[in-house]
Each structure stands twice: as C-alpha cells, then as structure tokens.
Ligand binder design. Structure first.
Ligand code: TEU
Ligand code: CA
Length: 555
C-alpha cells in the first residue's frame, strides 16, 4: 500500500455559514475562519474541507454557484480567501475546496445565456428537453428536494433538468466545452495553491442519452439508474485527472451517493487514475419511513456489517473516508450515540474511538469535537434548509402524513441539525455572532462550548485531540489491517487492527447498559492506548460501563 499524506491526515469540515461570524451580520464568514485557525491547530487537524464559499444566491446555501471564481459576498472577498489560505499554510493546515460541478446556479452566466434561445452557444451546456405532447414534463423523475426534476422555461418552451432544486440546473458533461471550462476553473484554483477538492455528487455528472420514466417511489420516478454512476462518469474523471489532478500534489474525495465497494475501487482505486477516496453513504442512509425521513436507528449489527465490508473490501485496493456526520446529516452523538446529559460525553468519545481507530482518513464535522447535539426544533418555521422546508410541505402540509407522525422523523434527520452555529463560548449566541444568527443557536451552548471544553482536560474536545495525536504516533491506526470481532453482538462494536507484529484491540459499547466482554488471550495484560473511562483492563472479563470504549495495544 502506498503511503501518502492524505491517508495520514485528519480532515475537519467547516460549514462557513455557521462557523464564525466576524462582522456581526449573523452569517459566518472567511475572516471568522481565519480568526479560529489557532483553535483548529490546537485540536491538531491537518486539513480543512470548506463547504462552498463561491458566489451564490444561496438557494441551497452555496451549493448553487453563480460564479466559480468569485467569493460569496456574505463570506467576504477573494482577498479574505487568499489571507485565509496563506495563514492556514503558515500553520501547516491544508485547505480543500468544495467543487460543485454537477450543476450550477440558474443565476450563473452560462445558464442565463443557455436559456435565452434555442441556438445560442451555451444552449448545450445544460440538459434541455421538449415536454410531452400534453405539455407535462419529459418524464416522471423527481428532484432530490421535492417536485419534478424538470422545470419548464417559457422563453423557449422547453424543460431543463435539475436533480436538486430548480435553481440548480444540471450541467451537460457530454459537452466537451463544459468539461474544459470546469477543468480550467479547477486549474485556476490549484494555481492559487489550494490543497484539494471534495467533489459534490460527482457520481451524477454523466446521464444516459435515453431518459425513460423511473420506478415510482412516493410521488415521483427514480432517476438513479439513468443519472447515478452514468455511462461516462469514469471516462470524465480520468480526463479530469489527466488534465488537472495529476499535475498537483492535492487530495480528492468524491461524494458518491449510491456507491458500492466495487464501484469505489474504480473511483478511488490505488491503481486507477480518478480520485483518492470517496464518501460512501451506506451507514447513514438506511431505509426511511417516508423517503429519507425516519426516527429509527439502524441495528448495530447492520451498522457493523456495512462498515466492516468497506474496511475489508477496500483494504490495499482503495482508500476509505470515515465519517459519522456532515452538513447533510444529523449530529453523530444524537444519532449513533446518546445525547441525554448523563451519556452525551461518554458516548461522543466512544463514537470518536470507534471511527478514528478504523482504516481510512477520518473527517470531523465542526462541533462534533465538542459533542454538539441535534437541535430541539419547536416548529417548521425554524427550518432554514430547502430540503426540510420542501419535505414538510410535500409530506405533511399536503395531508399525506399527520404532523405528529412526521415531526419526530423530520426533526431527527433534518440537515439543519448540523447547521446550527458552532458553539464557541457561553456568551450570547454562543459567541458565534454579535448580531442575530441566520439560524437559531442550540440552547445547550451554555454547557456545550469550545471555551469550556478546551479548558477541561476530560472534555470531548481533549479526547479528540488525543485521538488525533495518537494517529501521528501510531502508523497502525492508518495502515493496519482490520478484522471484526463479535459480528452478532447488538451491544458491542469490537475489532482488531494489525500491522506486522503490532496489534490493536478496539472495543466500544454502543448501549446504555453494562456489558461483559472477554478480552482475547493475546491482549490480556496489554497496555491501554486510550479509553473514555477510568477503568482497568488487566483482567480477562471486563464489565463495560454504558458507552465505554477502550483500545489495547500489543507489540
Ligand atoms: O449532497 C448530495 C446528496 O446526495 C445528499 O446527501 C443530499 O443533499 C441530501 O442530504 C438529501 O437527503 C450534496 C451536498 O452535500 C448537499 O449539501 C447539496 O444540497 C447537494 O449535494 C446539492 O448540491
Ligand atoms: Ca459575517
């Protein structure tokens, strides 16, 4: 297996809108990120992945870009960006940009020109189709954010495709001009000195030529078989690699919803020239009750078998990215741990242990290192996210599902859970802003905040800091082989890592009950590398406390 810096790195995701507001307008910004670099340096992370900071009308908080080579006004200027990049580099922190090129904003110049007539030179930059004879959309596909995936445009009496909101028209990657424009733009950022790209829904850039109705699921047809891992996706990524990526020492991670381990070996194989790694979603996208909406947790055996399959099938062949949450997912401790006050800290540390000891590059989503929780929503008027707003309308206001039934599901999964402001201290608005925040602060900021946790050596923050430091000292955490133990246990997630003579034993109690674990003979009496409780591990049978986690090392 090749050794590379990005395999050894810990990546920290920033959602700039909610990270730190430097000028009191209630919106996080680039200067805010620059001001907090010392905090990140102290935590010990190597790389920042920033959600989009480009010019955008913010229909989907920056995932709808109207100019790829300019900065969103609310976030600052290109000079602010350059300063952030320079200061981060001074501190040895790399910056990975979000690359959103499956679609643009409908306010991007390309689209404005494209829709102006049927035969302008930008027409073929997007995907235009005639409606059916009766004027209805070309097919039954539904968009990710509700409604049809087709939007009618009066100017030319045709429909354009948008797999996300109607303000996010899909680019036509079959047009070589689109590809060369995107590659030039990427080169421009690389020349600026950025350190990589996280590629938004990159598995969806290639669509089939034929666009038949999809299998109906809920109200609309599924575009999956025609738009995800489409016919030319690997060809286009290889072209991108040849023309841009291969020329720089950068890291790339593809967001590839619906990816299997087989496909991941193509997208991010050690010997394929596409990407360095992909995000897979099998462990965070179970079957919902209403589309993605549910209040149920996956059984632990299923979570383990999914993650273990990724661990073993990619080993030596492709690289894993490890995450419990991001800006699209609920908070890890509320979802996979236990956010009741008596268990929040211990279960957040348990989850961190479980993830950071696995094989792959770990991603920390802002606030995860504090054990930040889901938000206690009071009503739908508190939603800011287009997906939650539309879903509430489509499922609830339409009368399909009663509020009482739907409410626990949407509040458990809403993306806004991840987007409440970062909790810096116990002052008003958690120290995020001196103004009115664009989205409500979680009221638990008085107890859960960076100031309190950096001062407390027993905090979740210090536990993450320790895990990150351990990774630097123990190559086995990065390169060791993974093996699952106790496959059938619904209580314990236990596994080993092996590198030459060295071996780690990782044991995590995922329940709020005491659970007995028998330490395998070879580990009895071995030293403890890290543990989230003050326990002793020198006997063979250990009674684990609720959410206890520990790692033993045998040399
Ligand atoms: O997400 C794409 C995606 O497939 C989903 O995770 C989806 O956004 C959502 O969670 C549906 O339930 C990416 C970005 O991460 C997301 O923030 C954007 O909204 C989306 O693409 C469109 O750019
Ligand atoms: Ca601001």
């Amino acid at each position: 297996m090749n050794k590379t810096w990005w395999k050894e790195a810990v990546i920290y995701q920033i959602y700039p809108r909610s990270f730190m507001d430097s000028n009191g307008d209630g919106i996080g910004d680039l200067k805010g990120v620059t001001d907090r670099l010392d905090y990140l340096k102290y935590l010990g992370i190597d790389v920042i992945w920033m959600s989009p900071v480009y010019k955008s009308p913010n229909d989907d908080n920056g995932y709808d870009i109207s100019d790829y080579q300019d900065i969103m006004e609310e976030f600052g200027t290109m000079a602010d960006f350059d300063e952030l990049l320079a200061k981060a580099h001074e501190k040895g922190i790399k910056i990975v940009m979000d690359l959103v090129v499956n679609h643009t904003s409908d306010e991007h110049q390309w689209f404005i020109k494209s829709k102006s007539s049927k035969n302008n030179e930008y027409r073929d930059y997007y995907i235009w189709r005639e409606g059916k004879a009766d004027g209805t959309p070309p097919n039954n596909w539904g968009s990710c954010f509700g409604g049809s995936a087709w939007e009618y445009d009066e100017t030319t009496d045709m429909y354009y495709l948008h797999l996300f909101s109607r303000k996010q028209p899909d680019l036509n990657w079959d047009n070589p001009e689109v590809r060369s424009n995107v590659f030039n733009m990427m080169t421009w950022w690389c020349e600026k000195g950025i350190d990589g790209f996280r590629m938004d829904v990159i598995s969806m850039i290639s669509k089939t030529a034929e666009m038949p109705d999809g299998k109906v699921n809920g109200l609309y047809g599924d575009y999956g078989p025609y738009c995800v891992h489409g016919p030319n996706v690997h060809k286009y990524l290889q072209e991108m690699n040849e023309k841009v990526l291969s020329k720089y020492d950068i890291m790339t991670v593809g967001e590839t919803a619906g990816v299997t381990t087989e496909l991941a070996k193509q997208y991010a194989g050690e010997d394929t020239n596409e990407l360095n790694m992909v995000f897979q979603f099998e462990h965070v996208e179970g079957d919902g009750k209403y589309g993605k909406w549910t209040d149920e947790q996956l059984p632990l055996t299923r979570l383990k078998s999914t993650l273990s399959r990724w661990q073993t099938e990619l080993y030596g062949k492709a690289w894993n990215s490890l995450f419990w949450n991001n800006h699209d997912q609920p908070r890890a401790v509320s979802r996979f741990g236990d956010d009741r006050p008596q268990y929040r800290e211990v279960s957040a540390k348990m989850l961190a242990t479980c993830l950071h000891m696995m094989q792959g590059s770990p991603y920390i989503y802002q606030g995860e290192e504090l054990g930040m929780t889901n938000y206690p929503f009071h009503g739908p008027e508190e939603f800011r996210d287009i997906e939650s707003i539309n879903a509430y309308k489509e499922w609830c206001e339409s009368g399909r599902v009663p509020h009482e039934t739907f409410w626990p599901c949407i509040t458990f999964k809403s993306r806004d859970n991840a987007r409440t402001p970062m909790q810096w201290d116990d002052s008003a608005q958690a120290g995020f802003t001196t103004g009115t925040p664009w989205i409500a602060v979680n009221p638990n900021y008085r107890e859960i905040n960076a100031k309190a946790e950096t001062a407390d050596p027993a905090s979740v923050f210090h536990y993450y800091k320790k895990l990150i430091a351990l990774r630097k000292q123990n190559p086995i955490m990065v390169y060791g082989n993974y093996e699952l133990l106790l496959e059938d246990s619904e209580e314990l997630f236990a596994y080993t890592r092996t590198l030459e003579q060295e071996k780690l034993l990782v044991v995590c109690n995922f329940t709020d009950k005491k659970t007995v674990f028998t330490i395998p003979a070879e580990f009895v009496g071995m030293p403890c590398l890290i543990s989230n409780l003050d326990n002793r591990y020198d006997k063979q049978d250990i009674a684990l406390e609720p959410y206890e986690a520990f790692v033993l090392r045998k040399k």
